[in-house]
Design a protein around this ligand. Structure first.
Ligand code: NAP
Length: 297
């Protein structure tokens, strides 16, 4: 198969797996993260190429934040994105200390300038800080009216935070909650994920490959993961990624700079885990049996 045919085939599989936002917009269940991009000028070209390859493979949702390399990751994203802006779904995040009514506009403007775009598809409160939720909602809704963002959401909100948000005026306009979720950290399955299903608000899973270091190595070398991976002729982390997006309510945003990683992540869209695989994975990585406070990095 030619290189371009192979890419088209992977892209078609990625495009088949979509998640619906509360307003009916469909986004790819597999996107791309950008944490740590923009920190090292020598790595910039490779980071840009990685994001562009991911876009070519259908992973057109890109997650970044004003925090990442203090705007550096947003700049890399801006340099990577093609002119067909309407084909992308760009997500950025505001620092909690900038999420008040006075600062949120300036933060958003700065993100837009760094990314070279006129609007964000989704703007998230990165985590809860001291600014009252009502004030952040007011700021987000104002940005929406001005056309600078199309929708807003939150990140690192546990179930009680979501309940409080739902009880706050305008809070039900939240489109997404981005939280840590991977097969080695399943705490949200006890109550947060069910809350999201019930309220039809998708979860965006960050660190879906376990982020890095020892935890990622453990996932890669787990005997059940390796055995299932062998069965599908893929790598264990591709199984971890396919597992994360096994339902229709979770979007995963793996970050990859190495080209082979980008390919592998996109190819995970084609893996359909069978019931017996999921049961084996449950035995190796048991789901929670009680409330677990939200895992955060
Ligand atoms: P991750 O995506 O779980 O893991 C990234 C690491 O895995 C990188 O070292 C990457 O290496 C490696 N990798 C990627 N694909 C691989 C593959 N197929 N095989 C082997 N290794 C692979 O971790 P993350 O960056 O923490 O999370 C993803 C994104 O979520 C972030 O980039 C960020 O956008 C977002 N996030 C949000 C929050 C929040 O508070 N809202 C917190 C954390 C993360 P290379 O880069 O060298 O390819």
């Amino acid at each position: 198969m030619g290189v371009s045919n192979e890419r088209e085939e992977i892209k078609a599989r990625v495009q088949q797996i979509q998640v619906s936002l509360p307003d009916g917009t469909a986004v790819p269940a597999l996107g791309q993260g950008t944490w740590y991009m923009g920190e090292n000028p020598q790595a910039k070209e490779q980071e840009i190429r990685a994001l562009q390859l991911g876009i070519d493979l259908g992973m057109t949702l890109i997650d970044t934040a004003e925090m990442y390399a203090e705007g550096g990751a947003e700049q890399v994203t801006g340099d990577a994105i093609p002119s067909r802006r309407q084909d992308l779904f760009l997500v950025s995040k505001v620092y909690p200390h900038n999420a008040g009514i006075r600062k949120i506009s300036e933060s958003c403007e700065n993100s837009l300038r760094r990314m070279g775009t006129e609007y964000l598809d989704l703007y998230l409160l990165h985590w809860r800080g001291n600014v009252p939720l009502s004030e952040t909602i007011e700021g987000m809704e104002k940005l929406k009216k001005e056309g600078k963002i199309l929708r807003w959401g939150v990140s690192n909100f546990d179930t009680e935070d979501m309940q409080e948000l739902w009880g706050t005026d305008g809070g039900q306009n939240c489109a997404v909650n981005q939280v840590l979720y991977h097969i080695g950290s399943r705490g949200i399955e006890y109550d947060l994920l069910p809350w999201h299903k019930q309220h039809k608000v998708p979860v965006m899973a960050y660190s879906p490959l376990g982020h890095g270091g020892e935890l990622r190595s453990k996932l890669m070398s787990n005997p059940v993961m390796t055995q299932i991976a062998e069965k599908y002729a893929v790598k264990p982390l591709q199984i971890a990624l396919a597992w994360t997006i096994r339902t229709d309510n979770v979007i995963a945003i793996p970050k990859a700079v190495q080209e082979n990683h980008v390919f592998q992540n996109a190819q995970a869209a084609a893996i359909k885990l069978k019931r017996e695989d999921l049961e084996e994975l449950d035995r190796a990585f048991p789901p929670p049996t009680h409330k677990v406070p939200l895992d955060i990095i």
